[in-house]
Design a protein around this ligand. Structure first.
Ligand code: NAI
Length: 255
């Protein structure tokens, strides 16, 4: 008996050259989606591309600064032409510019809000066209336990709390079109970003880990794959009734 082939879904994952984004891209490819990886430098996505291609997946690397609306529009148009119209979006790109408030510059504040919050908005606005046209879509935004407050991160914490509001509003606006929008809020995950935090504090990553892990109920630091797993859940067909939610993936209830 012949079965009707269903078109392969196309996902865009931002900031996927490394860390959590790279793990999410690999996981979604494993789940059967074609994946476009956006990062500042297309060439920096080489390892992510190689991992997915070796596993037999379809992947496209796109150089794109997500805080720039023209680059976002051009990037999404390129994905549509080369892979197909994207209906899954994971807003993961991020930067940190930590400082206590009295030392934080306008630039530190604006650049962090620009990448995390404006970037997520620009991407969501560009991709929702394809999601609503298809009558189906999934957007997952990467927030953080820092949304609840974190010393030295007034810029980052504001952006991550803003992403929760953006998630809930988009969930309300896009739900009627079959599109769900959810948020994953990671705790401490071992990546270049947290290594940079340890460096700024003047301690080794191992010392940083040792201090931090004592405060995590499951007594370990998170891995990018822990987050990829949660994103994969929200993207799944069966998760269609889960909309506008925030899932903390932090090894315990304390944000
Ligand atoms: P990372 O620093 O290892 O990777 C971030 C990626 O985003 C890099 O490849 C970078 O080039 C890219 N990027 C930065 N600015 C960009 C822009 N304007 N346009 C496109 N790409 C850009 O970070 P990590 O740890 O993998 O974090 C990923 C996401 O998860 C971020 O949104 C971060 O805030 C969030 N997160 C991370 C946590 C952690 O413990 N590592 C905890 C909570 C949230």
């Amino acid at each position: 008996m012949s079965t009707t082939p269903t078109a392969q879904k196309v996902a865009v994952v931002t900031g996927a050259a490394r860390g959590i984004g790279a793990a999410v891209a690999a996981r979604l490819a494993q789940d059967g989606l074609a994946v476009a990886v956006f990062d500042l430098d297309e060439a920096a996505c080489a390892t992510t591309v190689e991992t997915v291609e070796k596993a037999g997946g379809r992947i496209l690397a796109v150089g794109c600064d997500v805080s720039d609306s023209e680059q976002v529009e051009a990037g999404v148009a390129r994905v549509t032409a080369e892979l197909g119209a994207p209906t899954v979006l994971v807003n993961n790109a991020g930067i940190i510019r930590d400082n206590l408030v009295f030392r934080m510059t306008d630039q530190d504040f604006d650049s962090v809000i620009g990448v995390h919050l404006r970037g997520a908005f620009l991407m969501a606005r560009a991709v929702q066209r394809h999601q609503t046209a298809a009558g189906w879509g999934r957007t997952v935004n990467l927030s953080s336990s820092a949304a609840l407050g974190n010393r030295g991160q007034s810029n980052y914490s504001s952006a991550k709390a803003g992403l929760m509001g953006l998630t809930k509003t988009l969930a309300i606006e896009l739900g009627p079109f079959g599109v769900t929008v959810n948020c994953v809020a990671p705790g401490f995950i071992a990546t270049d970003m947290t290594e940079a935090t340890a460096e700024r504090m003047g301690i080794t990553f191992e010392e940083f880990t040792e201090r931090y892990v004592k405060t995590i109920p499951v007594r370990r630091r998170g891995r990018p794959e822990d987050i990829a797993q949660a994103v994969s859940f929200f993207v799944r067909e069966e998760a269609g009734f889960v909309n506008g939610q925030v899932l903390f993936v932090a090894g315990g209830p304390k944000g």
